[in-house]
Design a protein around this ligand. Structure first.
Ligand SMILES: [Zn+2]
Length: 654
């Protein structure tokens, strides 16, 4: 492991806290050191307070911040003298510890200080760095882990047996540190948990971490436990419908819709096919705080019911009458020889976090196995972390989940206009969204975990099937379908309308939508909250115009298709509703030039033309998209087969 420290980069950060921010980010950049909110860092700074008195302040990473992206305000400033007085108490409950730390900070708006604050305060060094380094964890997660760690580090590190984080661990470490510390001690290993380093400067502490972790890596290399090979695997075709069924089972167990991502990577598949997978994957997480993301064990295969049963037994055994409420018993990690690794989460982001954590867990397990046998902490220790309020608080910061959290929307014609706006409207309501479009721009529409943009021609049946397959493998299903893709051919009277143009319009506006509805039906039927379809129709359905025969006829046929779907699919709990927009000018079709021409044609100014409706209001893509998104929600829960104009009021329609 190389130090990433750069004097040039470091110059951009000022003061002790600035360098604390910099070296924390360096730790965060290396995923083999810390993952998603794991690890923490601190610096002790002497400051002058409002009264002119000098005071030592412990700046410690705040809860909810990631080391990789932490800012100065991500550190909570706690009065060090108070932290040390707390450490000397005979005992301190968790709620009182949280309260004492929160009421002895310098900034009212600071985040809650890390649950390892007292431990940081007890270590007599200016800078303290703490990670859950994969290599250190792999070595300590073995039967003779302690002996191996002592062999690697000698006097360099104090060694602490596993204790749950919090007050007791902090006190134990303070005592043991004083006992075990030698001249050259630069770190401390917490078995089955992680490692600390410390120093007088940010650079010293950081580079000591790199040095200590490098020694663990070298040890693994020396013992042929670094790059652990897996038998070569040939990935087979994955059945998307089976994944959607699995996702439905997991959602039912979780009590609400969940995202299920099929990872389809070689290591995951190789691990799922490992001859010992049933043994080595079922022992527990690599480091205890992963449990709140991954649960204690993965599901093997597709028997969600069996997993739920086992989880209930685990809860019953461990809670043993204590006043605790069982968390949802749904798995977060699935291993199956057919597809490898799949991960579940309440959102696509959460599922992504589980994926990252489990990818590292696989390596930790394989390395520990290569050293003689992976040995995770026993269930009581894992349960204590899983049901510890201070750990669960990390997941509860975001408040009430958005309306479509865990659900998946599929939008056609997503690169521009109403489709693009629909993507934004569904994302804003918490859905994961798949957008398809002929325009490759759709692929880069949003760079976020909950969006997948696919270039796809809707008239190409096999490309469409592939897009559906990709969507289901990425997010686990299709719950909401927005049929928006369509073309509007140049104005032409029927007498001049050629067969080719007629067919082209029918192909895109009608045939493609029928194929898509047919192919999506099995997924919509599996939607945990019932499937929903929104068809973007047109004012031309109730009020056609001359020169638009192909367009009007295709939209009218699509309208009829939607009505029949509402009749046929009602029994499957699928709602199908249609919007009829008119004169939506902020789309790719309407350039300023075309708009000016049309306005002139009707003898109006552009402004008059834009608002030429009963309400004298302009209708935008956003207006249509918002209504499309709402039609999938609870307001329309009892509506199907409906047609709703969104046109500012049109005299011919009214
Ligand atoms: Zn830790």
């Amino acid at each position: 492991m190389r130090s990433l420290w750069s004097d040039d980069e470091a110059k951009q950060y000022t003061g002790d806290l600035g360098l604390r921010v910099y070296s924390s980010r360096l730790l965060g950049r290396d995923r083999s050191l810390v993952l998603h909110g794991g690890g923490n860092t601190s610096v002790k700074i002497r400051e002058t307070n409002l009264f002119g008195e000098e005071e030592d302040i412990l700046y410690i990473k705040g809860s909810g911040w990631d080391l990789e992206t932490i800012e100065p305000q991500g550190f909570s400033p706690v009065r060090l003298a108070h932290v040390r007085r707390l450490a000397a108490l005979p005992k301190l409950s968790d709620p009182e510890m949280v309260n004492q730390l929160a009421t002895h900070m310098l900034r009212a708006s600071a985040p809650a200080p890390s649950i390892e604050t007292i431990l940081h305060g007890c270590l007599p060094y200016k800078y303290v760095d703490h990670t859950h380094a994969d290599s250190v964890v792999a070595i300590t997660d073995t039967r003779d882990g302690q002996a191996r760690i002592r062999e690697i580090y000698g006097d360099l590190c104090v060694v602490i047996p596993y204790l749950m984080p919090g007050f007791d661990l902090a006190q134990f470490c303070a005592r043991e540190f004083a006992n075990q510390r030698r001249e050259g001690t630069i770190g401390m290993v917490l078995l089955n948990h992680g490692i600390f380093s410390f120093g007088d400067s940010g650079r010293e502490s950081y580079e000591r971490m790199i040095d200590l972790v490098s020694r663990a890596e070298d040890y693994l290399r020396k013992h042929r436990a670094w790059d652990v090979p897996l038998a070569a695997v040939k990935p087979g075709a994955i059945d998307p419908f089976a994944q959607a069924q699995l996702r439905r089972g997991i959602s039912d167990a979780a009590g609400g819709p969940m995202i299920l991502k099929t990872c389809a990577d070689e290591r995951g598949l190789g691990f799922a096919r490992h001859p010992q997978v049933a043994l080595i994957s079922q022992q527990g997480p690599a480091t205890p705080d992963h449990v709140i993301r991954t649960k204690r064990t993965p599901l093997l295969g597709a028997d969600v019911g069996g997993y739920v049963e086992a989880y209930r037994r685990y809860f019953g055994d461990q809670a043993a009458g204590a006043q605790q409420t069982m968390l949802d018993p749904a798995p977060r990690v699935v291993l199956d020889p057919a597809f490898g690794l799949a991960v579940a989460g309440r959102t696509a982001k959460d599922a992504g976090i589980v994926e990252d954590i489990y990818a590292h867990t696989i390596e930790v397990i394989l390395r520990a196995e290569a050293l003689g046998g992976f040995r995770a902490l026993p269930p009581p220790d894992i349960f204590a972390i899983e049901y510890w309020d201070l750990e669960q608080a990390k997941l509860k910061q975001s408040g009430k989940p958005p309306v479509y959290a865990g659900e998946v929307a599929f939008v056609t014609g997503a690169a521009s206009g109403i489709g693009k706006a629909a993507v934004a409207s569904f994302l804003a309501r918490g859905a994961a969204v798949v957008g398809i479009d002929l325009d490759p721009g759709v692929e880069s529409l949003h760079a976020r975990a909950d969006f997948l943009g696919l270039r796809c021609d809707v008239t190409d049946a096999s490309a469409l099937l592939q897009a559906l397959c990709n969507a289901v493998l990425r997010f686990g299903g299709i719950d909401m379908l927005v049929l928006n893709a369509g073309i509007f051919a140049a104005s032409r009277r029927i007498a001049d309308l050629g067969a080719e143009e007629w067919r082209r319009v029918m192909n895109v506006n009608l045939d493609a939508n029928q194929s898509l509805m047919r192919d999506c039906h099995p997924y919509l039927k599996l939607a945990p909250r019932g499937g929903r379809v929104v068809v973007i129709g047109s004012k031309n359905v109730p009020a056609p115009g001359p020169g638009a025969a192909a367009y009007s006829a295709s939209k009218a046929a699509l309208n009829q298709l939607a009505r029949v779907a509402a009749l046929e699919w009602g029994g499957d709990g699928i709602r199908v509703n249609t919007l009829h927009p008119n004169a939506v000018f902020d789309t790719g079709l309407w350039t300023d030039e075309v708009l000016a021409q049309r306005a002139k044609h009707y003898g109006m100014t552009v402004a008059e033309y834009r608002t030429h409706n009963v309400l004298r209001t302009e209708v935008t893509s956003h207006d249509v998209a918002e209504l499309a998104a709402e039609m999938c929600g609870p307001l329309f829960a009892k509506t199907t087969g409906a047609q709703l104009p969104v046109d500012g009021g049109n005299e011919r329609v009214i």
